[in-house]
Design a protein around this ligand. Structure first.
Ligand code: NAD
Length: 322
């Protein structure tokens, strides 16, 4: 039976990835510093521990896994990564995890490792126009990300690529663009825009008001998690070793995202714009390379994804009150 290791398995994307790999019939070990908050993991073996610890990292990479997926990172939405307050931790924690994982993978002769990078690596100056941001893979350099989170991702992309060059590990790198869906962080300060907006809409009384950071005219695209998993598996098993965008090209403003959530909820709410961290003015995935090298692009509408996510978050808010 083939085996897979998912690091960050207690998190949002990692949790969904474990389930997908189990459905394929693999033996799966999941590792995270915490258990999954919203469901029991489908992993055959789930180990709780800190991947910043090199001894621990070696102990869980104790065999030549067929596939290793490295998703563990100190991560959060704009409220966590764009305020500057968590920069040292974000850089230190995530870089240490990546250094430990690659070192341990070489020792166990692992041949294939996936790394989850981010659209946050793209230069801020290419994303000032909300209508036509540039996020082609080839536009990453000269580098100028707008956050330390983005700089760490860029460093780690290069780390993974250098392990391929010097140690012969096949590394695959995805640049995820705003992944959303059920079973992810929806409150507490680390949640991202779709979850935060769905929560605010779910909690607002009919005719009430929700708050949005900035003027809401900043644009983004959002990829539903099932499609992210499909893109991830396709990339992992492809022969393409340079970074690839895994995202949607359906770009909307944050105001439109809020409207969609209201439509799905059947509520009429007004929006109050307040100061808050917003990141770049515009960002959209460019899927030309994914179409070419993976023969794939996502097809599900944003509205359907918001419907599935809203329903899950609305249920969580009711459970929270109970
Ligand atoms: P997440 O925060 O839900 O998952 C990350 C997991 O890593 C968490 O469960 C966390 O506990 C774990 N982790 C953190 N520090 C650890 C440590 N020291 N030891 C062991 N585990 C540790 O985030 P996610 O949305 O599932 O993201 C997964 C990956 O994809 C991350 O690397 C993230 O940077 C990347 N990414 C996500 C998005 C997105 O929109 N969700 C976009 C771009 C990139």
């Amino acid at each position: 039976m083939s085996s897979a290791l998912v690091l960050g398995a207690g998190g949002f994307i990692g949790g969904h990835l474990v389930s997908a790999l189990k459905k394929e019939g693999k033996w799966v070990r999941g590792v995270d510093i915490k258990k999954h908050e919203y469901k029991d993991s489908d992993a055959d073996d789930f180990v709780v521990g800190d991947l910043r610890d090199p001894q621990f990292t070696r102990s869980i990479i104790d065999q030549k896994f067929d596939e290793v997926y490295q998703l563990a990172a100190d991560m959060g939405g704009a409220g966590y990564i764009f305020t500057g307050e968590n920069d040292a931790d974000v850089m230190h924690n995530s870089a240490t995890i990546n250094l430990n994982v690659l070192d341990a993978a070489v020792r166990r002769c692992v041949t294939r490792v996936f790394y989850s990078s981010s659209a946050c690596i793209y230069p801020a100056h290419n994303q000032e126009n909300p209508d036509s941001p540039i996020c082609k893979e080839s536009s990453a350099y000269p580098a100028a990300p707008d956050s330390e989170y983005g700089w760490e991702k860029l460093f780690s992309e290069r780390l993974f690529m250098s392990y391929r060059r010097n140690y012969g590990i096949e590394t695959r790198i995805a640049r995820y663009h705003n992944i959303f869906g059920p079973n992810g962080t929806w409150k507490g300060g680390k949640e991202k825009a779709p979850a935060a907006i769905c929560r605010k809409v779910a909690l607002a009384p009919e005719g009430g008001e929700i708050e949005i950071w900035g003027d809401g005219k900043q644009t983004r695209s959002f990829l539903y998690v099932d499609e992210c998993i499909e893109g991830t598996l396709r990339l992992m098993r492809s022969d393409y070793h340079l970074p690839v965008n895994i995202g949607s090209e359906e770009m909307v403003s944050i105001n439109r995202l809020a409207e969609l959530a209201c439509e799905v909820a059947g509520k009429s709410l007004s929006v109050r714009h307040i100061d808050g961290p917003t990141g770049v003015r515009g960002r959209n995935s460019d899927n030309e390379l994914a179409r070419k090298v993976l023969n794939w692009e996502p097809s599900q509408s944003l509205k359907l994804g918001i419907e599935l996510t809203y329903n899950w978050i609305e249920l969580q808010t009711r459970r929270n009150k109970a």
